[in-house]
Design a protein around this ligand. Structure first.
Ligand code: NAD
Ligand code: UFG
Length: 349
């Protein structure tokens, strides 16, 4: 990449959502720089992205908390937008190690913004979460609702960053910021070459189901069947990761002619229960998914799905892939990579 060519910086670009984002950007003709400290990723994801795209992103192994590293990166590359995925995301871990979460997610984002301002880069897309709405919101959840009280430090870190970015945009009109509130990203690229590769036991439903179907785990624990939902299990708005990253492309385009901080939900507007997901996965994979019902998981809400109208009206974006695609693509990835990126014959990072 020539030093004058405009590029998009993707922090956390080696991770699950980031790697799909990088592939989509390269396919759309963007030059891409990835910054990732590999805390929860392997560079193998980016090697595969490069093969799929026929062109590679620049890769900087480094940390968003490291100001010197950021200054050197912004001096080397002409960055037009920052897509900021880097952060820690395990809810349970955040309860046990809150300071690590606040340092990574809040201080890390603060340092990134300081470096951006010094470099004169003011377009930022932030990976937020529906968790900032908290409990007890009327459904579907729209962006006009006040944010609530997240039930764990991970969620609080997302809300703190949102508040910080809102203040920043209010203070200086050069900033143009998208706060994208993700509902439940699932699925993988249709090639089966990149996908979600959780460390150890998955916290999230779909990776757990996929590991049961492939025989890595014995049975799914269904966390509660006594919620006030149609079948008693929790209901969520699952969204294909490729739809999600396409929402970022749309936001990037809109930021060019917009100032301030804008909030957009990225969801489908449809909810599915845990048992719906089990059944749909069995159908997609042709494998049984045994499960047992266990007590509710602390901090979980009964149901949650998005009102995606604002993203449609303002970004011209809506999710197009249905549940069958999400789960067929998860299964293709899981079957081809039963041990994720760390399987046999695959180079470690
Ligand atoms: P992920 O863990 O796969 O990706 C995050 C990436 O950031 C990893 O590659 C990790 O190595 C990197 N990273 C972490 N700390 C870093 C640091 N200090 N400096 C540089 N790199 C660092 O997670 P993901 O699922 O791809 O999530 C991406 C973003 O989206 C996160 O901010 C997450 O909180 C947010 N999000 C995810 C979900 C979800 O369900 N996956 C839902 C809502 C929001
Ligand atoms: N579930 C199970 N068994 C499991 C895992 C999950 O029954 O092994 C259930 C949960 O109780 C919930 C549903 O499946 O009803 C979805 O759970 P996930 O963990 O996949 O997703 P969550 O909606 O709980 O989590 C998401 C994001 C988090 C975010 C959280 C905030 O993944 O990053 O929303 O609500 F913090």
């Amino acid at each position: 990449m020539s030093s004058k060519e405009k590029a998009v910086l993707v922090t956390g670009g080696a991770g699950y959502i980031g790697s799909h984002m990088v592939l989509t950007l390269l396919e759309a003709g963007y030059a891409v720089v990835v910054l990732d400290n590999l805390a929860n990723a392997s560079q193998e994801s980016l090697r595969r992205v490069a093969k799929l795209a026929g062109t590679a992103p620049e890769f900087v192994e480094g940390d968003i908390r490291d100001r010197q590293c950021l200054d050197a990166l912004f001096a080397q590359y002409a960055i037009s937008h920052v897509l900021h995925f880097a952060g820690l995301k395990a809810v349970g871990e955040s309860v046990a190690e809150p300071l690590r979460y606040y340092e990574n997610n809040v201080f890390g984002t603060l340092t990134l913004c300081q470096a951006m301002a010094t470099a004169g880069v003011y377009r930022l897309v932030f990976s937020s979460s529906a968790t900032v709405y908290g409990n007890g919101q009327p459904l579907p959840i729209h962006e006009g609702l006040p944010t609530g009280r997240p039930t764990n430090p991970y969620g609080t870190s997302k809300l703190m960053v949102e508040n910080m970015l809102q203040d920043l945009a209010r203070a200086d009109e050069r900033w143009s910021i998208a706060l994208l509130r993700y509902f439940n990203p699932v699925g993988a690229h249709a090639s089966g070459r990149i996908g979600e590769d959780p460390n150890g036991k998955p916290n999230n439903l779909v990776p757990f189901i996929a590991q049961v179907a492939v025989g890595r785990r014995e049975a799914l624990s269904v966390f509660g069947n006594d919620y006030p939902t149609p079948d008693g299990t929790g209901v969520r708005d699952y969204i294909h990761v490729l739809d999600l990253v396409e929402g970022h492309l749309a936001a990037m385009n809109v930021l060019v002619s917009r100032s301030g901080a804008s909030v957009w939900n990225l969801g489908t507007g449809r909810g599915y229960s845990v048992l719906d997901m089990v059944q749909a996965f069995e159908h997609a994979s042709g494998q049984p998914v045994p499960y047992r019902v266990e007590p509710r998981r602390e901090g979980d809400i009964a149901e949650c799905w998005a009102d995606p109208a604002r993203a449609y009206q303002e970004l011209g974006w809506q999710a197009s892939r249905g549940l069958d695609d999400m789960l067929a693509d998860t299964w293709r990835w899981q079957l081809a990579n039963p041990e994720g990126y760390a399987g046999p014959n695959k180079p470690a990072h």
